[in-house]
Ligand binder design. Structure first.
Ligand SMILES: Nc1ncnc2c1ncn2[C@@H]1O[C@H](COP(=O)(O)OP(=O)(O)O)[C@@H](O)[C@H]1O
Ligand SMILES: [Mg+2]
Length: 375
């Protein structure tokens, strides 16, 4: 299952939490991790990991603290052999000069952490991929916009981005002196790594800088102050949700699952991240719940997954995590999605007069009606 690249990526992610005590920034942010290499060990089934570290100044007392922390972060990683190889050198003069200039330059701020900001933020998560997380995000965003909410969406699934396709976006964001304008489609302000090409994409992709990409999307994109911000998270149960909680303390998690046990078990785990970080799980959406055939509801993927996720999260988190919607399996969701129009919308961009659109409308209004999100 795991391969060397994934291990390198996960180790990089761990190292992004090692903070340089002097500069107060992570060693990855500071460019101190020059290389990570994982190769299968011939002694055990773990991987031998080599990390090349470039310190700002070599040989100072703090450098030992940092290398010890890096060592600890790598050694604690389950797939790594217990004694990682840490090769320490110091940065080139030019690199150091760049680093210092970058630190001095005023940092642009993530606008969603300003006191008093009114934006409601919903992070759409799932354990498994393929359960319809992106389709739910796209249709929900389109519904909010059609209902008159100023709506923004971030494609935070960096490696599996899909919002540009689902919204039919083929243009690039305009770059105004380093400030990017989101692309508006079907009334939704969107940003996705899929909108960038060539070198711009490479910058966002470089290394597994997932958290940095999210921060960049938050601080370098001109969002104004939307009523609603949706995030299409990558599938999985961990790191991205933690990054979201750090960058967006007001974000509420919405867990998408299908009715089948394999999807719902891992969906529960994606919600349990709320035990580690202060983030509210707002509710559960069950997708592909049934297929309507000649007036009969066929349960293609079984039944009960959404209920189960809701019950288990309610019990584990100690507050009500409701099952907020059960959405039908509907060929139009895929077909119009592939044509670049969220299925809830009519061709003129208004909310369609369909059961699907009504379900999404109810879900959207429910999400907004929740009163205070600081429960
Ligand atoms: N309710 C639905 N009915 C029919 N097809 C759906 C539905 N939800 C999602 N799909 C289709 O299932 C596939 C996976 O959905 P997607 O939204 O990309 O999932 P995820 O983002 O969770 O990986 C896509 O082809 C999508 O069009
Ligand atoms: Mg997706």
């Amino acid at each position: 299952m795991v391969d060397a690249r994934q291990i390198e990526a996960e180790i990089y992610e761990r190292l992004s939490r090692v903070i340089d005590p002097e500069l107060g920034r992570s060693v990855t942010d500071l460019g101190m991790i020059a290389a990570i290499q994982a190769v299968p060990s011939d002694q055990s089934d773990a991987y031998d990991v080599t990390v090349r570290v470039e310190l700002t100044v070599e040989g100072c007392p703090l450098s030992e603290t940092i290398t010890n922390q890096i060592n600890g972060a790598v050694a604690s990683y389950p797939h790594a052999a217990l004694t990682p190889h840490i090769e320490v050198s110091s940065m080139s003069r030019d690199k150091l000069a760049d680093l210092v200039a970058g630190l001095k330059a005023e940092r642009k701020q993530n606008p969603f952490t300003k006191p008093g900001v009114k934006t409601r933020i919903f992070a759409i998560a799932s354990g498994k991929g393929g359960v319809g997380k992106s389709s739910v995000t796209a249709n929900l965003a389109a519904t909010f916009a059609a209902l008159g909410y100023d709506t923004a969406a971030i494609d935070a699934d960096i490696y599996g981005f899909s919002l540009p396709r689902l919204f039919g976006v083929r243009t690039q964001p305009t770059n105004l002196n380093g400030m990017l304008m989101p692309v508006t489609a079907w009334g939704v302000k969107l940003i996705s790594i899929g909108m960038f090409a060539g070198a711009d994409r490479a910058i966002l992709w470089r290394g597994p800088r997932l958290q940095r990409s999210l921060e960049q999307f938050l601080s370098d994109v001109w969002w104004g102050e939307p009523d609603v911000l949706l995030l299409d998270l990558a599938p999985g149960t961990g790191d991205m949700a933690i990054s979201v909680a750090q960058a967006l303390p007001n974000a509420e998690l919405v867990v998408v699952t299908t009715p089948q046990p394999s999807a719902s078990d891992i969906a529960v785990r994606s919600g349990l991240v709320a035990l580690q970080v202060p983030m509210k799980v707002r509710g559960v959406v069950e997708n592909m719940s049934f297929y309507e055939h000649k007036g009969e509801r066929l349960e293609i993927f079984g039944a009960g997954g959404g209920r189960r996720v809701s019950d288990q999260l309610t019990e584990a988190l100690g507050y009500e995590v409701p099952l907020m919607a059960q959405l039908p399996l509907l060929p139009e969701v895929r077909e119009t999605g592939e044509d670049g129009r969220p299925a809830v919308l009519a061709e003129d961009g208004s909310l369609a007069d369909t059961p699907l659109a009504r379900s999404f409308r109810e879900l959207a209004l429910d999400l907004m009606d929740a009163g205070s999100h600081k429960a």
